[in-house]
Design a protein around this ligand. Structure first.
Ligand SMILES: O=C[C@H](O)[C@H](O)[C@H](O)COP(=O)(O)O
Length: 227
């Protein structure tokens, strides 16, 4: 596999914020892949941490790297969560869920003392919305839920994979909403989650405190909390 220098640079920097004894939230996606690999190296070098994962895929990758995954019943909190994003603005508002992991990602981000977002430069936008906003909906009467989404004029399209409906780790569907520029993300977030049948949407607002952008030259820029 060809290494993505920008994603790896952001991930390697994020891993430096991990301290011994921490409980770490592991994100999902091609950028989170690099941080899981880096944490795996650190564990092999003697770092003692425990982790929880935001997807089955990340849990399997972490275990394969020797990272200890603990059950949620065994922890009282999460010190740090490191995850990617499909889009981020300068205020650290995010669109997530391109890989379908948004619900578990948001549960873990909300429970974490700190969320660090890692991304390459292409993810940093002046206004959210070019990337279709993923909305997780339950299968029961999903046709009705889709009608409710249509009333909001968000142009929802049920996600498919290889001709079949995409199913999340939670057994739900994803409606990708083709909105264009989202003028008021906070308002839209509330409107979407007000629809019965919507489990969660991919707008992450007020959750991230640090954004690490990696560049193709292998450098990083940090936004938000720096320490
Ligand atoms: O559901 C997937 C997650 O929200 C990912 O964090 C997001 O899609 C970014 O993934 P990637 O780093 O592969 O662009």
């Amino acid at each position: 596999m060809q290494i993505n220098i920008a994603k790896k640079a952001a991930a390697d920097k994020a891993a430096t914020f991990i301290e011994p004894g921490m409980t770490v939230g592991l994100g999902t996606g091609s950028t989170a892949y690099y941080v899981i690999m880096r944490i795996g190296e650190m564990v092999k070098e003697g770092l003692e941490i425990r982790a929880v994962a935001t997807s089955v895929e990340s849990e399997q990758l972490a275990k394969a790297q020797g990272i200890t995954i603990v059950p949620f019943a065994a922890i009282s909190g999460i010190d740090i969560d490191i995850d990617g994003a499909d889009e981020t603005d300068i205020q650290l508002r995010l669109i997530k869920g391109g890989g379908g992991a948004l619900l578990r990602e948001k549960i873990i981000a909300a429970a974490a003392g700190r969320m660090i977002v890692i991304a390459d430069e292409s993810k940093l936008v002046s206004q959210l919305g070019k990337f279709p906003l993923p909305v997780e909906i339950i299968p029961f009467a999903h046709e009705l839920t889709m009608h409710q989404l249509e009333k909001l004029k968000v142009a929802p399209v049920l996600r498919t994979r290889e001709g079949q409906l995409f199913i999340t780790d939670n057994g739900n569907y994803i409606a990708d909403c083709h909105i264009g520029e989202i003028a008021a993300p906070e308002k839209l977030h509330a409107q979407l989650n007000d629809i019965p049948g919507v489990v969660e949407n991919g707008l992450f607002i007020g959750l991230a405190s640090t954004l690490i952008i990696g560049t193709d030259a292998g450098e990083v820029r940090i936004y938000g909390r720096q320490d």
